[in-house]
Design a protein around this ligand. Structure first.
Ligand SMILES: NC(=O)c1ccc[n+]([C@@H]2O[C@H](COP(=O)([O-])OP(=O)(O)OC[C@H]3O[C@@H](n4cnc5c(N)ncnc54)[C@H](OP(=O)(O)O)[C@@H]3O)[C@@H](O)[C@H]2O)c1
Length: 343
């Protein structure tokens, strides 16, 4: 019998790609989406194919609506909980708690009530571990919880503790911590690198932003494989960083310029100017209702270093992240093929 995997956040950047990979691995996938979700990036719902591939079923609900989640759990063997609000800023910050923290609590409650789930892979984030100013962190780092750049970071740190406490109580949950995910896929807020490259190539972002060695960049397909490997090999309650090359947005822009044979930016935009721009974007957002790409919390994130080691995932999960150059060599022409950038 085929294993049935429930994927929350299936309409998102990571979730959509994960659904496709699980189908490829022969799973029957229940894609948990909202009535309002754009499901265009998901394959059409299907029955199991003759090629050994799995089937996809859309199930509707909301992670904050416990009955809908409980119903979706029915008949599932494993759960990938990837749903979250990934925005750096929202006009109502309490939504981060209700969706990101409340959603995980509901997943754990549904696990207990269902009694058939063998394993939960919970998509946490590097933000849950906290910043790493001047050093490279590994899974032993616990968020000091003294300062949070964003409400999103806070919600992921709070959820991390909930996941680890649940594991200590015997829930078979494996938290995984991607870095900054980039690569082809739906261009949502989660696909920040795609959005920044679009801004860069359109001329809206003429200079460099952020500092050297700012982030750990991981390709979407490596992160997806890391999730599937965590299901097969991850130890319950063990944390696995699914990060990649520690680099800066300057590196991203420089490599993208080399790949596209376009000119590199020749100056760095001071963070106080990005901050001012962020305030304007937030003001604009309050008027139009459209969420801003840059906001003051984003600038706070840019003031810190977020560099991590994924040695543990490499050893225990055979995680094999590609280099930033290799990943961007695929991503930049992909953005061009969609008409999102021109060069
Ligand atoms: N992208 C990154 O760089 C990154 C890095 C580290 C960790 N992560 C984690 O990876 C996971 C996936 O992120 P992503 O980049 O794929 O973000 P995304 O593209 O914004 O996807 C988020 C998904 O969550 C769903 N969702 C939001 N609120 C929901 C609710 N109340 N009920 C049910 N579903 C809800 C969204 O549904 P709709 O389509 O209906 O909005 C969407 O499918 C998140 O847990 C995030 O914290 C992402």
């Amino acid at each position: 019998m085929k294993k049935v995997a429930l994927v929350t956040g299936a309409s998102g950047y990571l979730g959509g790609r994960l659904c496709r990979a699980l189908l490829h691995h022969g799973y029957s996938v229940k894609a948990f989406v909202r009535k309002t979700s754009d499901v265009s990036s998901l394959p059409p719902p299907s029955d199991a194919g003759d090629d050994g591939g799995g089937s996809l079923q859309l199930v509707y609900g909301d992670v904050t609506d416990y009955p809908s989640l409980l119903e979706a759990f029915s008949g599932c063997h494993v759960v990938f909980h990837a749903a979250a609000l990934v925005e750096p800023w929202l006009p109502d910050p309490s939504r981060f708690t209700s969706v990101n923290v409340g959603g995980l609590r509901n997943v754990l409650k549904a696990y207990k009530e269902t009694g058939t789930i063998e394993k939960i892979i919970y998509t946490s984030s590097f933000f849950a571990l906290g910043s790493t100013d001047g050093y490279i962190a590994d899974e032993t780092q616990v968020h000091p919880a003294k300062h949070f750049c964003t409400e999103y970071e806070k919600s992921k740190a709070v959820s991390d503790k909930i996941a680890l406490d649940a594991a200590a109580e015997g829930v078979p949950i494996v938290p995984v911590y991607p870095g900054v995910i980039y690569g082809p896929g739906k261009v949502t807020t989660g696909n920040m690198v795609a959005q920044l490259l679009v801004e860069r190539f359109s001329g809206w972002m003429p200079g460099y932003v952020g500092q050297e060695q700012g982030f750990s960049f991981c390709h979407i397909d490596d992160v997806v494989q890391g999730h599937i490997a965590a299901l097969a090999k991850g130890q319950n309650g063990e944390r696995y960083l699914l990060t990649g090359e520690n680099a800066s947005f300057k590196d991203v822009f420089d490599i993208a310029a080399e790949i596209s044979q376009t000119s590199k930016p020749w100056f760095k935009i001071p963070l106080f100017l990005v901050d001012a721009y962020g305030w304007i974007c937030v003001l604009f957002s309050r008027i139009t209702g459209k969420l801003p790409l840059i906001s003051p919390p984003t600038v706070d994130v840019l003031r810190h270093q977020w560099a991590y080691s994924c040695e543990k995932a490499k050893k225990e999960l055979d995680y094999n992240p590609r280099s930033l150059r290799e990943g961007l060599s695929e991503m930049v022409p992909w953005l061009k093929s969609l008409g999102l950038i021109k060069y």
